[in-house]
Design a protein around this ligand. Structure first.
Ligand SMILES: [Zn+2]
Length: 377
């Protein structure tokens, strides 16, 4: 198996090709050409949105997808209290998240004068997840982000719920605080988001999950369809999580908790990417970290979602994780030994002893989480 000499991505990784010198297309930035169109359009829509004044024929300027995390709290506050936008704050309660959305939005509701909407569809999103995990093996070589399909599908599911809400209430824009990696692969065109869901899941499941309303969006006039904007586009070069947290704390909008919200499906997400693509779930993030440190060894880069220490041996960590994850999924091996190995791996990924043990235990419970969801391992 050939690995990229800069970032260690394998040649078999979905969407990756290696050239004669053993350097991958991400390191050669070939993919940027494909993504540039998306990026230019995204910038344009965002500028149009920030410039536009309130439309007297509509009650709201935008639907803001609010997760309760620090990034979206920071932006929601700016949209309402600084830019003066008339905002519907839309939160989808993802049943796989450890802390529930209602807890996260309490502080914001006290200090930010927006209309708050809390949406959920536990049955729908679970049946989609069952479908993702229980499908036959995906076709090789696959495309960019295929190893993250369950995670990407979950997000697409609630973005479509938001599109339908905005369409129904004639809200012209949807603001989405995705990180740069997500922004570059997320369609800004709401109709394309819906089409790509159809392509991935087919007509039967799509109609079952979203009923007739989704067809209305597909065939609506362009100006009836909400446009998606990505507020972090404007600040992508100076994204600074520490400064965001400090500002939020000063405004009384953030309480740090010892256990941040996390996805209870994280072990299953790793199982999926190991089983079908031979890589860990965060492989692209790890590779992008390795790429940036290879380019500039003094530059500590923030990858938004996870930190990789400079000394970590990603290839070795991934091999050890693969072995344990696949053993746990198969119901083989020794539980204590699995726990020891996983704790060691997460410690090398900069987790605290307590944090590493917490995540390791969640991996040990993978089989019962899968059984509850109806996922066959
Ligand atoms: Zn590379």
């Amino acid at each position: 198996m050939r690995l990229c000499s800069v970032c260690s991505l394998a040649e078999e990784h979905p969407g990756i090709t290696l050239d004669g010198e053993g350097v991958c297309n991400l390191c050669r930035l070939d993919i940027v050409g494909d993504l540039l169109h998306n990026f230019t359009y995204t910038n344009q829509v965002y500028e149009e949105f920030t410039r536009s004044g309130p439309d007297p024929h509509r009650d709201h300027d935008c639907l803001f997808m609010y997760s309760g995390g620090k990034d979206s709290t920071y932006m929601l506050d700016k949209f309402v209290n600084e830019y003066g936008k008339r905002v519907v704050s839309y939160t989808f309660d993802v049943p796989f998240e450890s802390a529930h959305a209602a807890q996260n939005i309490r502080l914001a509701q006290e200090k930010i004068p927006a209309k708050f909407v809390l949406d959920s569809d536990d049955e729908g999103i679970k049946s989609m997840m069952r479908e993702v995990f229980n499908r036959p093996a995906p076709k090789k070589p696959g495309k960019y982000l295929d190893e993250k399909l369950p995670c990407v599908s979950c997000r697409t599911f609630f973005v479509i719920r938001a599109i339908l809400y905005a369409y129904r209430h004639r809200i012209p824009y949807i603001a989405l605080c995705a990180d740069p990696q997500q922004i570059l692969t997320m369609e800004s065109d709401a109709r394309e988001v819906v089409r790509s869901f159809y392509r991935t899941f087919g007509e039967r499941l799509t109609d079952e999950l979203f009923r007739d309303e989704i067809e209305d969006v597909l065939f609506a006039e362009d100006d009836e369809i909400p446009k998606i904007v990505f507020p972090f586009i404007a600040m992508r070069y100076d994204y600074d999580p520490d400064r965001i947290v400090a500002e939020l704390k000063a405004k009384g909008l953030y309480e740090s908790s010892p256990l941040e919200t996390h996805c209870t499906l994280f072990p299953l997400l790793n199982y999926y990417s190991f089983k079908h693509w031979g890589c860990m779930f965060y492989k692209l993030n790890a590779a992008s970290h390795q790429r940036s440190t290879a380019r500039d060894r003094d530059f500590d880069r923030s990858t938004f979602s996870i930190k990789f220490p400079r000394a970590a041996n990603i290839v070795d960590i991934e091999n050890r994780m693969r072995e344990v994850v696949l053993q746990i999924a198969a119901g083989e091996g020794d539980r204590e030994q699995h726990e020891r190995e996983l704790v060691a791996v997460f410690r090398e990924l900069d987790a605290t002893e307590e944090g590493a043990r917490f995540v390791a235990r969640s991996f040990l419970d993978m089989r019962s989480v899968a059984a509850d969801l109806g996922v066959r391992l």
